[in-house]
Design a protein around this ligand. Structure first.
Ligand SMILES: N[C@@H](CCC(=O)N[C@@H](CS)C(=O)NCC(=O)O)C(=O)O
Length: 266
């Protein structure tokens, strides 16, 4: 099969960043043709036909037309097929532990996204408790596996590729929900979290980009939807996020205007 595989993706999407980190680790950043999809516009019918109607991205399209969905599945395929050798642990036990760690990614993602989208001030603590429960489980796994180390094993690997994009997105919890680690009980997962965020292979997005683009999530409107009273999504490509002001941190008082967010000329 000749030609470069295509990844249809939303630029700031955490699921797609998993693939970008994998390419960085393999030294193969040119191995895929990333094609940008604008989440604020109706999906291209041609792409919808290829995915049989599903809209979630990333989607991998091979040169022969085969289509693969789901970031973890695409990740596994690319890990096995791109040059550079698999980044998964070779030892069967360690590979199982990696897989066990990754079972926590769905609950972590769900907890973080429902917390940022929550619009009920009184429910904040319950959301935080749910998130911390997942972090506590990860803390236990890391402590059992590699108590004195930084990563799950001796280096940034599979589990780190999967979780780091979520840790980066959860900067929106620091900003909009005042997330702070409890004083006790989370040292091991916190060490892992901080080292993942600092790793050179995982610098595709910045905190500023996350905070500005995910403003609408903090207003309870996900996936390019608009909060009431607004006409331009915070995910819009124009004006560029760098040219917009940092949004207000308050999330329970309703949305700032398009103009206050720098989304339309004043
Ligand atoms: N489980 C999927 C989740 C993908 C997902 O939710 N992607 C978001 C972007 S970050 C998306 O495409 N949202 C738009 C939609 O679902 O229509 C995966 O791991 O690939």
């Amino acid at each position: 099969m000749t030609g470069t595989p295509i990844v249809h993706h939303i630029p700031v999407c955490p699921f797609s960043q998993r693939l970008e980190i994998l390419l960085e680790l393999k030294g193969a950043t040119d191995a895929l043709d990333f094609r940008v999809v604008d989440i604020t516009k109706p999906r291209d019918p041609e792409l919808l036909q290829k995915t049989r109607g599903t809209t979630a991205l990333p989607v991998l399209e091979l040169p022969d037309g085969r289509i693969l969905k789901e970031s973890l599945v695409i990740f596994e395929y690319l890990d096995l097929t791109l040059p550079g050798g698999s980044i998964r642990r070779a030892d069967p036990w360690e590979r199982a532990v990696e897989a066990l760690a990754v079972t926590h990614e769905g609950p972590l993602t769900g907890a973080g996204y429902t917390m940022v989208m929550n619009q009920d001030r009184d429910a904040r603590q319950a959301h935080l408790d749910k998130l911390l429960k997942v972090y506590a489980a990860l803390d236990g796994l890391l402590t059992d596996t590699n108590p004195d180390g930084t990563f799950l094993f001796d280096a940034f690997g599979y589990a780190e590729c999967i979780f780091t994009p979520m840790f980066m997105r959860f900067r929106f919890l620091d900003y909009y929900d005042g997330f702070a680690w409890p004083d006790e009980g989370f040292d091991r997962v916190r060490r892992w979290h901080d080292a993942c965020l600092a790793h050179p292979a995982a610098q595709q997005v910045s905190e500023e980009e996350i905070v500005k683009l995910y403003y609408d999530y903090a207003m309870g409107a996900g996936n390019g939807a608009l909060p009431p009273g607004r006409t331009v999504s915070s995910f819009a490509f124009e004006p560029h996020w760098r040219d917009r002001p940092w949004p207000p941190r308050q999330k329970y008082e309703g949305t700032a205007s398009d103009a206050e967010l720098g989304l339309v000329p004043v």
